[in-house]
Design a protein around this ligand. Structure first.
Ligand code: F3S
Length: 429
């Protein structure tokens, strides 16, 4: 690797032991990737030093579980505990494991809650913004076009690369924590122009214009291209942030899509030729009625019982407009006594929902708005849940596997209807 003088000094320990360990980890990581240099980054999203109760107790049983212990031994892969200084100003913490207010409803213990609060205080004390969401780009961390970032969370990574045109690989806890200390990340993969060209062309032959349709198209595309870079043309319309949010999350679930281009929509695809950088696509695919039907059936493949006892909305975390939509669809009606409705969002959006009376409207209907986590990440659902209804292709992919339940996938309207009636009546029109 070619290191600058400043990077060499950090590696030599001139800026303290923590930065030395972080640089050592990043050099090992860059060598494994085959990177030749580092990119400077001042936008890092991760889970620095954060610990679940399980992780905390693991270290406690081995002699100590302070924030610095976990950051040193786990995040930095160091062989000793070192003092951890404040991070760069633009570092943020992604989603966590429980709602700081509704943790009892989530079935979490007081011990887990108390630990999470201490964890959060430690994170804040190190200069990290506690956004606690998988959608940092909606709540105060929107990078610039072309900016080098170091982000975890697959749904955020694909949004950052594709919709904003900023540059990040899907980083891990270790590399993001090290990047928060050093402001460095290997200049490799999606940081480089050459890596960002499209590989597969997908012509969309059916109208794709809402969350449901965008989610299915993303799920289809991820399954087809896996970790490659799809380029879309055709009938994709209504390109709002919340649709990209569902689309990218789905494509990163059925496959490993970290970047996509939509011609005339996303910033690196003004034309088809620009999206492919002058290269020929490796494969040309068509998304028509048959592919749409196949995708819908795949997403509903484990739903057999129409009695729905849980409706979960907000994956990725709901934007304010989605909470407004849920309240509008509820239209003053109460949800079934046999069903629960939990909507997940960020704590910042929840404050907006509170101010607009939306939280009260959802509560009056019998539902709850929760923050910081979700059913998949927190592994939390209403007690006794057997069948869930979802409007997120990503959550439909993961939740049945993680929690061993049945899942139905449909429109937000289908899900709200299921919450009100306790029955699944969704279908593909
Ligand atoms: Fe976010 Fe949970 Fe979905 S963290 S992207 S809501 S799986």
């Amino acid at each position: 690797m070619i290191l600058t003088d400043a990077e060499k000094a950090m590696l030599a320990g001139d800026e303290g032991a923590a930065k030395q360990k972080a640089m050592d980890l990043l050099v090992r990581y860059a060598d494994a990737l085959g990177a030749e240099r580092f990119a400077d980054t001042s936008n890092v999203a991760g889970v620095p030093g954060s610990s679940s109760l399980f992780l905390h107790n693991y270290y406690k049983a081995r002699g100590g579980a302070s924030y610095e212990t976990i950051f040193s031994l786990f995040d930095l892969d160091a062989d000793e505990v070192v003092p951890v200084p404040r991070m760069q100003p633009n570092s943020c913490h992604l989603q966590g494991g429980l709602d700081p207010v509704l943790w009892r409803e989530q079935g979490m213990s007081e011990e887990a809650f108390n630990h999470q609060m201490q964890d959060e205080a430690d994170i804040e004390a190190h200069g990290i913004k506690v956004l606690k969401t998988c959608t940092p780009y909606l709540v105060g961390n929107a990078p610039k076009f072309g900016e080098h970032c170091a982000w975890m969370e697959s749904s955020a990574v694909v949004y950052c690369n594709s919709v904003i045109g900023a540059r990040t690989n899907t980083e891990g806890r270790e590399s993001t924590s090290a990047a928060m200390l050093t402001g460095k990340i290997p200049d490799w993969g999606f940081h480089q122009d050459d890596f960002r060209r499209g590989t597969h062309h997908i012509e969309v032959e059916v109208p794709v214009d809402d969350i449901f349709e965008w989610g299915m198209l993303g799920y289809y595309a991820g399954g087809e291209v896996q970790e490659n870079i799809p380029v879309f043309t055709g009938q994709v319309t209504n390109a709002q942030a919340i649709l990209h949010k569902h689309f990218g999350a789905a494509a990163a679930s059925s496959g490993g899509v970290e970047l996509y281009h939509m011609v005339g929509i996303t910033p690196e695809a003004p034309t088809l030729e620009a999206a492919f950088g002058g290269r020929r696509p490796m494969q040309a695919l068509r998304y028509g009625a048959a592919e749409r039907k196949r995708t819908y059936e795949a997403l509903n493949s484990n739903g057999t019982n129409p009695d729905v006892d849980y409706v979960m909305l907000g994956c990725p975390h709901a934007a304010l407009s989605q909470i407004e939509e849920a309240a509008r669809l509820l239209d003053g009606r109460r949800i079934s006594p046999n069903c629960n409705l939990w909507i997940f969002t960020s704590r910042i959006v929840k404050l907006q929902a509170d101010a607009k009376g939306l939280t009260k409207a959802i509560q009056d209907a019998g539902g709850l708005i929760m923050t910081d986590t979700c059913s998949a990440i927190g592994q939390t659902m209403p007690k006794g849940t057997r069948v869930v209804a979802l409007d997120s292709a990503k959550q439909s992919h993961y939740l049945p596997a993680i929690m061993g339940i049945e899942a139905w996938f449909g429109t937000t309207q289908d899900c709200i209807n299921a919450a009100i009636t306790g029955r699944w009546n969704g279908s593909l029109s």
